[in-house]
Design a protein around this ligand. Structure first.
Ligand SMILES: Cc1ncc(COP(=O)(O)O)c(C=O)c1O
Length: 402
């Protein structure tokens, strides 16, 4: 008996979920494993946010919410865009969903025709590709090398565009590379997109608040106001407010696009949890000091990892500009032999070796469509990261480079 439909055939299990599972199993066997595979803050949700959820439950906010989001949260999202991003969105230009991931799913479900192409700047969050595939679209991956700051150039964009192009996905600062393209680069990409009226852009800004070295964030729709009707800005509370479990994300764009996405959402889930929406509203409207504290901690950890990688021959890392990952180049390890005599041929071999020899769970670059790299999450204490870097250094040193 086959249960899964052919629609699911091209979708591979998520690499980071696989890595986490492998780490859990190794831990269950009593092995000493440091799991740097996961993409979620290690902080707890601030208390005033939990308190708002508690109060919402006690106040009876326990019925089906409006499909596209509660009025209170939409007002908070609208105010957030106005004050932080200089963007004006009315309530009917905003949707609230179960995480940013569902916003993305709704958008593609609402707009993709079979065979439509979605341009992805690699390395990219692996689930973009899976969602495109599930919905019958065609992912078009464009390799954006480290030497170019992992940023998509106008020439690459022009080359990737065809009659079938429907979406361009941007993600800044990015998962996995922590890359943030300059505002000039955004203008330039916008100028190309202006010539192609069928193409929509999804700007995933979920790591907006985790930015280093005093950098300022510019939303793509604010940089390219002429394109605003064709931009879906995606954001959420998961990363900035340590709220991954609450599952609240939001998107803002043209009201017709939002209406189509809300139609999709009404069939899938009738909206996001009313109590989690009350918590998200408190996150957006309440004190922001915890957000700054989290970001400062991620910056210290980024500094630690950058400094330690620089002292390991064979590994490379340009300082990530934001988010909480390090996308470490491991080209020089390809071709080496492990102490057990296994040949390292791919970045998946590198992560397999690090798990076995050093007890470090990390995700291979192949999961983000740009190799040879591996991603570690810096959402762990400096002590844990320092220990992890010691282990990685030792394991790399034991490789044979004959
Ligand atoms: C780039 C990017 N977008 C979206 C998401 C999903 O966010 P959410 O938890 O709000 O669904 C993630 C989570 O890892 C991410 O890295």
């Amino acid at each position: 008996m086959t249960y899964a439909s052919s629609r699911l055939a091209p979708v591979k299990p998520s690499a980071s979920a696989w890595v986490s599972q492998a780490a859990k199993e190794a831990k269950a066997r009593g092995e000493d494993v440091i799991d740097l595979g996961l993409g979620e803050p290690d902080f707890d949700t601030p208390d005033h946010i939990k308190q708002a959820a508690h109060e919402a439950a006690l106040a009876g906010e326990t019925k089906y919410p409006a499909t596209g989001g509660t009025a209170k949260l939409k007002t908070a999202v609208s105010a957030k865009f106005a004050t932080e991003n200089n963007l004006k969105y009315q309530a009917d230009e905003i949707i609230v969903s179960n995480g940013a991931k569902q916003v993305i799913f709704n958008a593609l479900m609402a707009t993709l025709e079979p065979g439509d192409e979605v341009i992805l700047a690699a390395p990219y969050f692996g689930q973009y590709k899976d969602i495109v595939l599930i919905l019958g679209g065609t992912p078009v991956s464009v390799a954006c090398p480290a030497e170019e700051g992992f940023c998509l150039s106008t020439a690459q964009l022009e080359e990737a565009i065809t009659d079938k192009s429907r979406w361009l996905f941007l993600n800044m600062p990015s998962n996995p590379a922590g890359a943030l393209c300059s505002v000039d680069d955004l203008y330039a990409l916008g100028a190309v997109l202006e010539k192609h009226p069928r193409i929509l852009t999804l700007s995933d800004e979920i790591y907006e608040h985790i930015l280093f070295d005093g950098r300022q964030f510019t939303s793509f729709a604010a940089a390219c106001p002429n394109l605003k009707d064709r931009i879906l800005t995606v954001n959420g509370v998961s990363k900035a407010y340590a709220m991954t479990g609450w599952r609240i994300g939001y998107g803002a764009g043209h009201r017709d696009l939002i209406a189509a996405m809300t139609k999709v959402q009404s069939q899938i889930c009738s909206g996001a949890c009313s109590i989690a929406q009350a918590a998200a509203a408190a996150a957006l409207t309440g004190p922001q000091d915890e957000v700054r504290r989290f970001s400062a901690a991620f910056e210290r950890r980024r500094n630690l990892v950058v400094e330690r990688v620089a002292s390991i021959p064979g590994l490379t890392l340009d300082p990530p500009e934001g988010a909480f990952y390090a996308y470490i180049g491991c080209e020089d390890l390809i071709g080496a032999t492990t102490p057990d005599g296994d040949k390292i041929e791919t970045d998946a071999d590198v992560t397999g070796y690090l798990l076995k020899a050093a007890g470090i769970a990390s995700v291979p670059g192949s999961a983000y469509d740009l190799s040879p790299f591996f991603r570690i999450s810096t959402a762990a204490s400096e002590e844990v990261l320092s220990n992890a870097m010691d282990r990685i250094a030792k394991a790399v040193k034991q490789l044979n480079f004959l």
